[in-house]
Every structure is written in structure tokens, then in C-alpha cells.
Design a protein around this ligand. Structure first.
Ligand SMILES: Cc1ncc(COP(=O)(O)O)c(C=O)c1O
Length: 400
């Protein structure tokens, strides 16, 4: 189908909820994607932190192929072999004992909110949830109520019982915790949509201590930064803390919709049969793909790889910063979630678009941040190429 026809079908028949580039991707392999005109791009969007193994990794396509021939959806009225197997793997590799599987990030957060509310109801009737003012937890009503105001306009009334705090300011949390109706604090360990915002030194440790002291649950949303993105399987591992509940999605299913919330036995017991559920969550197809992803991360040593490559990438971007001080405000990130904050929105938009023209895909976030999310198995020479393209784009934007 021609690009024109693809775009016109989208315009005519798909709801207009995304600001799309006039490009249609039709093929992917490793760090690369091809559009319907045959143009090749270095893909540092990775489906927005989904394709952590790159496109169409053979271990994932093999798992999906084999499972699709055997059984795709028996439903959760029966035991599902691969669901237990994958839950065991996640629990052996995290703080958690138990897992609930769903289909997306927002749904994982809805489940975490319900679990926290039920725990709170069973612990003296606590129900309020604190969240960061600039956070992103998803588009459904519960998650949206815990998300930045900029996404909420027009959808009120929201779910009651949510209160915002300032991310990174421990006094803001301290003050909010004076309310004894708070049952949970929900945070992203690193804020992705908000422009790759890092927690200040020691912040998450203090958050953990305050939650414990006030008998409040800590929910960490690792939908974007989990599954190896930061160089550890889960971002919380960098900060010497453990959450009470963690949510995952995006890279979890290797491209097949898959989400999860994880917790300890002590907290999990507050949800019993009939209290939460989903038809397709934890189906064998998603589980087979997810198992292949986690096994590959382990077998190919991708956590150390992401850590080393992330450090290298960050250093290269720092060099770029020193060359383009007039345009770049700051470089930040951990592992392979990186952000270049430009001095203003106009420069950022131009650099992202010029990079795309030159064959590098990145995401414009929060108006002035270029968010860079390469696959965990990206090659050093691909990083070098990306830096070269951004450098060239910056030169053109600044008219140098
Ligand atoms: C931290 C975080 N939480 C939740 C979500 C929502 O995930 P989904 O789009 O799968 O509903 C996102 C999506 O970008 C996210 O970055």
C-alpha cells in the first residue's frame, strides 16, 4: 500500500488522538526500522521503551510463533502454565512474591491503585494516594487522576482521593503525609514523559523511609524504566530501596501487550478471588513472549551492556553539550534512557525533526527534551552514528 493510502486510511477511519508524523513504518530489525518508502531509520524510540531487544529479536519471534500454534487464550478460569512460570521468574528477580498480569501500563497502575485502596480499607480506612505533580501514569481514569494536570483537562470529575506532591522535594511529601488517610505514594523512579527527570540524590531512600514510618505503601511505576532500561532489571535497584508495589508494561511483553503489578505476599493477600481481573491478562502468547524477553536479557548480559553503553552515550552527549552550549541546557539519564534538554521548545522541535530527516528517530518530550531510548543491545557504532546526526542537526539549526 502506498504511504498516501496508509495515511489517508488513518485519517479517515482512526480516531484523531495522536499527533503523527507523516511516516508509516512497515518493517523492523534490531535497532533499525524501514518506512513504506523504503527509507531506513536508526530507531531510538523503540516503540516508546518497548523494543528493549530491538525489533523482531529471533528469541521473541520464535516464542510467539511456537505458542501461537499451540494455545493463545484459555482464560483465567483455568491455570496457565506460562503465567506461573513467568510470575516465578519475575519474583525470583525482584522484591516481589506475587504478580498480577494485565495488558498495559495504565491498567497495571489501575490495579496497583485498587490493591493499595483495598490494603488501606483493611488498615483503618485509609484511601488517599499521593502522586508527583508532573507525573505520567496513564490515560484511564484512576491513572489519569494520578497524572499531571496537563493530561486531565476536559475529563473531570476525576477519581477522588488523589493529591499531588512536588517530585524531588522531600518536605512536600512530609507535609502531605500528615494526613492520616493516605494509603500510598505513587512515583516513577525516573520520570520519563516529564522529560527524563532524575530523582535528586538520596530522595527515593528518604521517600521509602517516610512511607515505612507512616505505614503507607510505596508504589513505583516502572512501566517505562523497568526491564533493564536503566542498566538494572528494575530502576529501584539503583537506589538501595524496595517498593511495596511495582508496575510494569511496555518492554515486558516484547511487543505483545502485557502489563503487571507485583507485590509481597503480605500485601497480595488483601486481594482475593473476584476482586480484580481481566480477560486477556497473562495469556500464553504474551507470557511466552515475555519469558523470551527476560531470558534473553539474562543470556545476552544486556543489563551490564545497557549500563556500559549508557555511560558511553552520556559521555558522548556531554561532549556534544560542550560544543553546543548555546542550544543545549542539560544532558541527563541513566543507562539507556537519556534526555537532551534544549534551551527552548523551538530548538528542540527542529533538532528532533532534522534528526528524523537524517534517519534518527527520537521523541520530543515536554516540549524541549529529546528523549533517547535505544534498544539495550544497541551497538557502539550505532550510538556514534546517532551522536553524529544530532551534532549535524544542531549545526544546521544554529546556522553554524
Ligand atoms: C511511567 C509510565 N506509566 C504508565 C504509562 C502508561 O502505559 P500505557 O500507555 O501502556 O497505558 C506510561 C506510558 O508512557 C509511562 O511512561
Amino acid at each position: 500500500m502506498s504511504t498516501k493510502q496508509i495515511i489517508s486510511n488513518t485519517k479517515d477511519y482512526v480516531m484523531n488522538t495522536y499527533g503523527r508524523y507523516p511516516i508509516a513504518m512497515i518493517k523492523g530489525k534490531g535497532s533499525w526500522v524501514w518506512d513504506s518508502e523504503g527509507k531506513k531509520y536508526l530507531d531510538f524510540v523503540t516503540g516508546i521503551a518497548v523494543n528493549n531487544l530491538g525489533h523482531c529479536h529471533p528469541s521473541v519471534t520464535k516464542a510467539i510463533r511456537e505458542q501461537s500454534k499451540q494455545l493463545m487464550q484459555p482464560c483465567n478460569l483455568f491455570h496457565i502454565e506460562k503465567q506461573g512460570e513467568f510470575a516465578k521468574m519475575l519474583s525470583e528477580n525482584s522484591f516481589a512474591d506475587k504478580v498480577f498480569f494485565c495488558n498495559s501500563g495504565t491498567e497495571a497502575n489501575e490495579g496497583a491503585i485498587k490493591l493499595a485502596r483495598k490494603w488501606g480499607a483493611d488498615n483503618g480506612g485509609k484511601y488517599k494516594i499521593l502522586h508527583a505533580r508532573d507525573s505520567f501514569h496513564g490515560r484511564t481514569m484512576g491513572s489519569l487522576s494520578a497524572t499531571s494536570k496537563s493530561y486531565q483537562a476536559g475529563f473531570k470529575p476525576l477519581v477522588p482521593g488523589f493529591k499531588s506532591i512536588t517530585y524531588g522535594k522531600i518536605e512536600s511529601l512530609e507535609k502531605a503525609l500528615q494526613d492520616n488517610k493516605v494509603c500510598a505514594v505513587m512515583l516513577e523512579p525516573i520520570q520519563g514523559e516529564n522529560g527524563v527527570v532524575m530523582p535528586p540524590e538520596g530522595y527515593l531512600k528518604k521517600v521509602r523511609a517516610l512511607c515505612t514510618k507512616n505505614k503507607v505503601l510505596l508504589i513505583l511505576d516502572e512501566v517505562q524504566v523497568g526491564m533493564g532500561r536503566t542498566g538494572k532489571l528494575f530502576a529501584y535497584e539503583h537506589y538501595g530501596i524496595k517498593p511495596d508495589i511495582m508496575t510494569l508494561s511496555k518492554a515486558l511483553g516484547g511487543g505483545i501487550p502485557c502489563g503487571a503489578f507485583l507485590t509481597t505476599n503480605k500485601i497480595a493477600k488483601h486481594l482475593g478471588p473476584g476482586m480484580h481481573g481481566t480477560t486477556l491478562g497473562g495469556n500464553p502468547l504474551a507470557m511466552s513472549s515475555a519469558i523470551a524477553v527476560l531470558k534473553t536479557i539474562e543470556d545476552e548480559g544486556l543489563l551490564d551492556g545497557a549500563s556500559d553503553l549508557g555511560e558511553y552515550f552520556l559521555e558522548e552527549l556531554q561532549i556534544l553539550h560542550s560544543k553546543h552550549k548555546k542550544e543545549i541546557k542539560e544532558i541527563r539519564g541513566k543507562g539507556l534512557i537519556l534526555g537532551i534538554e534544549f534551551k527552548n521548545n523551538e530548538i528542540a522541535k527542529k533538532v528532533v525533526e532534522k534528526s528524523m530527516e537524517k534517519g534518527l528517530l527520537t521523541i520530543l518530550t515536554k516540549g524541549k527534551v529529546m528523549r533517547i531510548l535505544p534498544p539495550l543491545n544497541v551497538k557502539k557504532k550505532e550510538i556514534d552514528l546517532a551522536v553524529k546526526i544530532i551534532d549535524k542537526a544542531l549545526e544546521e539549526v544554529s546556522g553554524a
